[in-house]
Every structure is written in structure tokens, then in C-alpha cells.
Design a binder for this molecule. Structure first.
Ligand code: FAD
Length: 399
């Protein structure tokens, strides 16, 4: 494969940023164009539901001098179509012989969701929500997932009366089994938050939420955080393969199946031997790492991309860190008591092999788990379940 001379990266999020900076770090000296829909320079999203919402910072711009790097950054430039060898925007076409698709994801909306209902994906969303919290007595959050829990935490800390509504029986139901998620329920009341589970929303507007069964929650501010979907509508007639959930299907080297075309970040579905199937990952570390890998493979590195997924969330006074990928049949073992006041960790095992770890305020377990998961280590469950012993010490000898 020859080295490309004109690379276009579509999407100025972390994955796109990581791709363009890696191209230069790895010595690529051809043309680079970064097209992004937002008016902002590429910025980081995790602080939006944390430091930005809290009022600690106003911007989260990713550090890079694009001029010095020789990257032609076009903000306000949404890609509308992909044709062979060129990306089409409203103002022109950008020819390429190397392309990284990194257009991320967009929040899911509820049927009938009005424009005065808040969502949280962009810096503008975060600044708008922060301003709205300022004048609000009450806030209703739809969705007790990662984003909903973080938004509720900050709204409560800012003195608002907060209600969180979710159709599932336990919080974080999209990511964690009920046996784990249910242990986060008491954290809500601890923070003065009214958590309504098993509560489907039947109507939603900027002044409140209607629930199945007839209840209504009136609120000054309504926020929806019920997940996100890949932003691939612009690829509809590109000939690239899109999965049922809209994700861009790539192979183990992040190639999207056309010469010189790669994908990175939230948008991709990729085969993971480590996780046992095709997965889509919507995490910061994956965006950075897949952007790097896509850039390197565009330059001919031929790297297989199959990292141990990692994610964190700061919510309800705790730091949650999840490493790995668990499946439905995996055995759950707790280190420490999830119904007590002390930090605890949930482990998932397949046979004796460690598959995933969720640590609640136990960062050392995450350090150990990353190493163990990286090499597919097996552990003694009775030792691994003892919070007084380092997780690393529970390892069974290989073979
Ligand atoms: P994005 O960040 O979505 O960037 C894609 C960019 O492409 C956007 O700027 C978009 O406007 C642009 N774009 C879209 N369509 C087009 C088009 N047609 N043409 C041109 N440009 C386009 N992860 C963690 O691990 N820990 C956390 O604590 C955490 N907190 C989060 C909090 C919030 C509020 C959010 C929203 C996400 C959080 N995440 C967290 C997830 C993490 O931020 C994402 O996984 C990561 O941002 C994905 O990066 P990306 O570059 O793939 O996509």
C-alpha cells in the first residue's frame, strides 16, 4: 500500500484530533484536512458533564497548534456525502487518498421531545444547561445512565430539587446487570435526589415529564440522557457497510473496506477477539486510541486494534471505573460489600478468567485489573473476592 498524499479526517472530536496529531507525530508530511461540523475547535467531552457543568471551566479545547502542524482545520464544515475519493460539504469538495471517518455519536431523543428539553453532547449544550441550572428550582433528568447520573449529581450540588426517571428497574441498566446497578440506588437519596425507576416517560416538554401510570413531574429544567447513536447518515449512499445500529463497520485494523478509508471513535463497530465479538465502544480512551491506530494503519502500520476497554464516571460522590467487557453468562464476584459504606469492586469471571472489573473508589483494583485483563489472567475467586488482598495476588499461575 502506498502512503497517501492527501488525508481528510471528518469529525473534530477526540478521535479525529488523535488521528491528525498522530499522522504528524509519525512523520506523515502530506496534506491534512480536518472537517468538523461544530464551530468550536476540537475539545474534550468528559468534562462537559463534570467541570463545565459545575462552573469550574468554560472550555475544554484539546491542545494542539494546528497551524504549526500544517493541519487545515475547517470548523462549521459538516460532511454531507462521501463519494469515491472525495468528501462533499455545503461549501465544497475535499479530495483524498486517505480518509478517517470520526463523526462520533449524537444523543437519542424521546418521541415528541421538544426543543426546550436539554440534552448533553456539545460544549454549547453544557453551557446552556449550566446557565439553566442557575435559575432553576427543580430539575427532571430522564435516564439513570452515566450521563444522567452525572448531570443529576451537579444539579443537586447546585441546590436544585432533582428527580431522575428511568424505565429500567435499576440505574446504569444499559451497561451493568441489575445485581450491580441496584447498589447505586441508595446513592441518589444520599444526595437528596428522588429516583423513579420502572417509570416509562409518555410525554416530555421543557416544563415537565409525564409518566406511564399518570404521574407528572413538573420541573424548571428537563434533561434527557438516554444514550447515543452513531452519526453516519451522511454515509448512507457511500457504499460503506453500516450496522443495524447505524455504526460504521470496520475490520480489526479499522479499515472500513474501501482503499484508504478508516474509522475511529464512537462511530465504529469493530471485531474484538478479546471481548468475543463485534463491539462498539463510546469511551474517551477508545476515541484516543482508535484515532491513533487508524492514522498509523493509514500509513501502513498494519496494527490490530483490540484494546482492553476502559471508562470512568464521577457520580454521586464516587468515582466509578470500568475495565474490560463482561458477557451475560459471566460470574459476578464482589470485592467488599456493595451494600455498605466502604469502596467496593465487582469482578466478572468466565471460568476463572477475569473478564471485567467495575471499581467504586478503588483505583488500585483498576491498575491491577488492566494488567490482568491485558494478559487474559485467571484468578482464584475466593482470593479475588477479598478486598484486603491485592487483586494481583489472586492470580493463578499460567497453564
Ligand atoms: P465525538 O466526540 O462525538 O466527535 C465527533 C465530532 O464530529 C463532533 O464534533 C461532531 O460535531 C462532528 N461531526 C459529526 N458529524 C459530522 C459531519 N457529518 N461532518 C463533520 N463533522 C461531523 N467517556 C469516558 O470514558 N469517561 C467519561 O467520563 C465520559 N464522559 C462523557 C461526558 C459527556 C457529556 C459525553 C457527551 C461523553 C462522555 N464520554 C466519556 C464519552 C467520550 O467523550 C466519547 O466517547 C468521545 O468524545 C468520542 O469521541 P469521537 O471523536 O468518537 O466523537
Amino acid at each position: 500500500m502506498s502512503t497517501p498524499r492527501r488525508v481528510v479526517v471528518v469529525g473534530g472530536g477526540l478521535a479525529g484530533h488523535s488521528a491528525v496529531t498522530t499522522l504528524r507525530q509519525d512523520g506523515y508530511d502530506g496534506a491534512i484536512t480536518l472537517l468538523t461540523e461544530e464551530e468550536h475547535r476540537p475539545y474534550d467531552r468528559p468534562p462537559l458533564s463534570k467541570e463545565v457543568l459545575r462552573g469550574d471551566v468554560d472550555t475544554t479545547t484539546l491542545e494542539a497548534d494546528y497551524d504549526a502542524l500544517g493541519v487545515a482545520l475547517h470548523t462549521g464544515a459538516a460532511a454531507e456525502r462521501l463519494r469515491p475519493g472525495e468528501v462533499v460539504t455545503a461549501t465544497g469538495t475535499h479530495a483524498f487518498d486517505g480518509l478517517v471517518v470520526a463523526t462520533g455519536s449524537a444523543p437519542l431523543r424521546l418521541p415528541g421531545q421538544a426543543a426546550d428539553v436539554h440534552e448533553l453532547r456539545t460544549l454549547s449544550d453544557a453551557l446552556g444547561l449550566r446557565a439553566a441550572f442557575g435559575g432553576a428550582g427543580s430539575v427532571a433528568v430522564v435516564g439513570a445512565g452515566w450521563i444522567g447520573a452525572e448531570v443529576a449529581t451537579i444539579a443537586a450540588a447546585r441546590g436544585c430539587k432533582v428527580t431522575v426517571v428511568d424505565a429500567a428497574a435499576t440505574p446504569l441498566a444499559g451497561a451493568l446487570p441489575a445485581d450491580v446497578g441496584r447498589h447505586t440506588v441508595p446513592w441518589y437519596s444520599e444526595h437528596g435526589i428522588d429516583l423513579r425507576l420502572d417509570s416509562a416517560v409518555t410525554g416530555i416538554g421543557g416544563s415537565g415529564v409525564d409518566l406511564a401510570g399518570g404521574d407528572r413531574i413538573d420541573a424548571d429544567v428537563v434533561v434527557v440522557g438516554i444514550g447515543a447513536r452513531p452519526r453516519t447518515a451522511w454515509l448512507a449512499d457511500s457504499g460503506l457497510t453500516l450496522a443495524r445500529d447505524g455504526a460504521l463497520v470496520v475490520d480489526s485494523r479499522l479499515s472500513a473496506g474501501q482503499a484508504g478509508v478508516y474509522g475511529a471513535g464512537d462511530i465504529i463497530r469493530f471485531p474484538s477477539e478479546r471481548s468475543g465479538g463485534e463491539i462498539r465502544v463510546e469511551h474517551w480512551e477508545h476515541a484516543a486510541a482508535s484515532g491513533r491506530a487508524a492514522a498509523r494503519n493509514l500509513l501502513g502500520a498494519g496494527e490490530t486494534y483490540d484494546p482492553v476497554p476502559y471508562f470512568w464516571s464521577d457520580q454521586l460522590g464516587r468515582r466509578l471505573q470500568y475495565v474490560g467487557h463482561h458477557g451475560a453468562g459471566d460470574r459476578l464476584v464482589f470485592r467488599g460489600r456493595p451494600d455498605g459504606d466502604e469502596p467496593w469492586t465487582a469482578l466478572w469471571l468466565r471460568g476463572d478468567v477475569l473478564r471485567a472489573v467495575l471499581a467504586v473508589d478503588r483505583p488500585r483494583d483498576v491498575l491491577d485489573a488492566r494488567r490482568l485483563l491485558g494478559r487474559g489472567a485467571a484468578v482464584r475467586p475466593e482470593v479475588a473476592g477479598d478486598p484486603a488482598v491485592r487483586l494481583a495476588e489472586a492470580v493463578l499461575p499460567a497453564g
